[in-house]
Design a protein around this ligand. Structure first.
Ligand code: MV4
Length: 500
């Protein structure tokens, strides 16, 4: 087993990895940018290293500095978290060639699944259903047009190096396809340094359902069920849940087996997710595979009882997965709401700044994965997600109820957050009914549900004994109230710091 793991990330996922390491009695090294000096991951890790200025390119994305930090602290392995370098095959290679275990799949697997056109071809060959479309990347705009005529409009063109919805364009006829092709190619060239495009028939109103996969070096490859991820805006997921209210038990078995078959065909190792689009009529298609631990992994943990980050570390150290497929049991229902420092009434505009007061909810079935605290300043340089609220219940109804209670209990003052958005989303009849598709958020923002309808209790106005002013989470500026308390004990003196 590893003695020391360096976490090449920040925020809540850095805390999540620290906790998993602690359970396994592995020492931890946090890395931080100059903007993250006061971050909780820096305090909670056994050691920390400043790796550069605020800009991610100069810190969390700077491979040489991360490797230096691993060298000076004597780490054995590097956990990339999600985002940043987590799906960078070159980084995984550099880790290995510098003598550090990259906690994730091999560089070859990352590269292969990172090319979305190749991933599609690979899974087609493995016998998975893929949306009718181009066999590989498109050679020319004329090829795109003749293919589109064969399969029928509308079609969607996607960047081979894209993924997660970046670099996609829908075309409704040949004329718009010709225009879109040129624009998409230019965009892909500048965004990904790779102009390659592929094409698929456009599925108009899909549900996004993904399967959690896990492979070890002993030939075990299992799936841990699915997550419903249709509640998203601009390709940013806002709410995820497991199981999907849409899948029948038979479909779950069938798609799970196919996902395992696809992953097996590339000998997949460590945690991965296969994303499927489900059509209204129940047909489904492989979309892409993510080769990292995902933000929404806690909903799978809550229904399976497994610690996915611990499993990642065990598997990377050459140990067996702690469960075989037959031993996986799914119990109850879990929902996750992503809490972002954003003003959703202003088009989800980022709202960085100092959190003047914070209260985290609790009680049966409630989990909060977050790095925030009263006095913490959300920096403007990174992703605006400041935490995740996860609720579990025996049934979906119980999980929804508990989530509503937790959303009402949670207090974040001084900045705008998406807490109020979630309270509204959970009230929507379509959410209650589990009738979700990728257009749900648009519809919700167009016509919000009648205020407080269906709510079991009014939103309480919680008096905060520490706040000098009765500010609420939805107050308009960060200046409301004073910082009630400076973060306790600025820094643990016993913890070592180094510089790379
Ligand atoms: C599609 C599609 C419709 N038809 N592909 C967006 C994320 C990327 N992984 C795949 N995406 C889509 N691919 C075909 N052939 C619609 C989307 C899509 C979408 C997918 C999942 C969740 C939200 C979405 C929002 C808009 C479009």
């Amino acid at each position: 087993m590893f003695r020391k793991v360096l976490i090449a990330n920040r925020g809540e996922i850095a805390l999540r990895v620290i906790r998993a390491c602690r359970e396994l009695k592995i020492a931890t090294v946090a890395v931080f940018s100059q903007a993250d000096r006061d971050s909780l991951h820096v305090r909670l890790a056994d050691e920390s290293v400043c790796i550069g200025p605020a800009a991610a390119a100069q810190s969390y994305l700077h491979i040489a500095r991360l490797i230096s930090a691993a060298e000076v602290t004597g780490a054995d392995a590097i956990h990339p978290g999600y985002g940043f370098l987590s799906e960078n095959a070159h980084f995984a290679e550099v880790c290995a060639s510098s003598g550090f275990t990259f906690i994730g799949p091999t560089p070859e697997m990352i590269r292969r699944m990172g090319d979305k056109a190749e991933a599609r071809r690979t899974m087609l060959e493995a016998g998975l259903p893929v949306v009718p479309g181009s066999p590989g990347v498109l050679e020319s705009v004329d090829e795109a047009c003749s293919l589109a005529k064969q399969i029928g409009f509308p079609v969607i063109i996607k960047a081979a190096a894209g993924g997660g919805g970046r670099g996609m364009r829908v075309a409704w006829d040949e004329k718009s396809l010709r225009t879109s092709f040129g624009i998409a190619e230019a965009e892909a060239r500048s965004a990904f340094n790779n102009p390659a495009l592929y094409l698929e028939r456009y599925v108009a109103c899909p549900r996004h359902i993904e399967f959690q996969l896990f492979g070890d070096t002993h030939g075990n490859l299992i799936h841990l069920g699915e997550r419903e991820c249709s509640v998203q805006r601009n390709h940013q997921k806002l709410i995820e849940e497991s199981p999907s209210p849409f899948l029948s038990p038979e479909q779950r078995v069938r798609v799970g087996e196919l996902a395992v078959r696809g992953a097996r065909s590339i000998g997949y190792l460590n945690a991965g997710t296969m994303e499927f689009l489900f059509d209204q009529d129940g047909s489904f298609y492989f979309m892409e595979m993510n080769t990292r631990i995902q933000v929404e992994h806690p909903v799978t943990e809550e229904v399976t009882g497994l610690d996915l980050v611990k499993e990642q570390i065990l598997v990377a150290a050459g140990e067996r997965l702690s469960m075989m497929q037959e031993e996986v049991e799914w119990r109850g229902h879990a929902i996750e709401c992503r809490i972002n420092a954003e003003d959703f009434t202003m088009g989800f505009r980022p709202s960085p700044g100092t959190i003047t007061y914070s209260y985290k909810p609790g009680g049966p079935g409630i989990r909060v994965d977050s790095h925030i605290y009263a006095g913490y300043t959300v920096p403007p340089y990174y992703d605006s997600m400041i935490g995740k609220l996860i609720a579990r219940g025996k049934t979906r109804e119980e999980a929804v109820r508990r989530m509503e209670m937790a959303l009402d209990e949670m207090i974040i003052e001084g900045i705008h957050t998406t807490l109020a958005f979630h309270r509204m989303a959970l009230q929507h009849p379509r959410f209650r009914a589990g009738d979700l598709d990728t257009h749900f958020v648009e519809e919700l923002l167009r016509k919000p549900p009648p205020a407080e309808a269906g709510r079991s209790a009014p939103v309480p106005t919680v008096a905060n004994p520490l706040a000098p002013a009765p500010a609420t989470e939805s107050s308009t500026d960060g200046a409301v109230g004073e910082r009630p308390t400076a973060p306790a004990a600025r820094r643990s003196g016993s913890r070592k710091r180094a510089r790379a």
